[in-house]
Design a protein around this ligand. Sequence first.
Ligand code: FAD
Length: 323
Amino acid sequence: MSKKMLVIGEARDGSLRNVTFEAIAAAKSISDGEIVGVLCGAGDLGELGNEMIHYGADRVITVSNDKLKTYTSEGYGQAVKAVIDDENPEGIVMGHTAIGKDLTPKLASKLESGLISDATEISEEGGNIVFTRPIYSGKAFEKKIITDGLIFATIRPNNIPALEKDESRSGEVTSKDVDVADLRTIIQDVVRKTSEGVDLSEAKVIVAGGRGVKSAEGFEPLEELAEVLGGAVGASRGACDAGYCDYSLQIGQTGKVVTPDLYIAAGISGAIQHLAGMSNSKVIVAINKDPEANIFNVADYGIVGDLFDVVPKLIEELKKVNV
Ligand code: FAD
């Protein structure tokens, strides 16, 4: 299908989020037509635009405006809508991130389009583009096709691989002026609860702790293990409720949904609400002193033992192989 596709990119702390590159790959799997990147923000976005091209976009439109310095659905909604009106694409793809979840339904309703959200796979079957997405908190998957009209989709981070970066690719990066109307919500400052480091929702490796960690200090070995593996720390709601860590780390039905390559669950029982957020991880390792714990039912590798014995040993061994 040679449809013109728009990919809405997302930057954080001056860098593009990896899901932007995955969204470009997703758009290319839907269409062999032109892939146009869109970037909103403040200041010079040219370098980021070039990066989208290195990952497969044919051309990029940037909308820079002081009112777009931080995300608001109102500001970004106006900016992206102006680009859509100009470009008249046949499909729009974005990451299923906090911003993607907020912006895309707003745009889809304005454009009177449907939206396939949280796609984990895109394939072609019988001439149709088929989107696979989890339902019932990840217990089942449904397949959807769009037979007519605008294709509007968000993709779950870490599921659709990005293309190799190719710095020899070139394409036009143009800036578009959008007269963003006065915003009703003005973000004065963004205070991050999580520390710097790997973003939980995009992490390839997550080391998550549960109530079995027993205290805030109990998270320290998990933080060290995450650091050795270049990953992020997550938590069960049990650990958050007990005050051992911040709720921004919570994974599960009412927390973040993650699909890392490796998920290490330490001192987590494996309640259904926790599994809803992590059971689609590619490899799951569970460390629990109770051999009957439900987490072992979804684990690829299980270690029955005290996490305070097991985790330091893992760190020691991993340091030897210098991962
Ligand atoms: P527990 O169930 O208490 O398990 C602790 C585990 O640690 C046990 O298996 C124990 O054997 C093990 N353990 C103890 N000490 C050690 C040790 N030294 N070494 C190794 N293992 C040890 N939960 C979520 O996680 N995410 C959600 O998003 C979420 N949403 C919810 C939404 C609703 C509407 C409801 C009702 C509940 C939700 N919950 C959620 C809560 C969920 O039901 C569980 O209560 C919670 O996941 C339990 O957390 P836990 O596994 O850390 O604690």
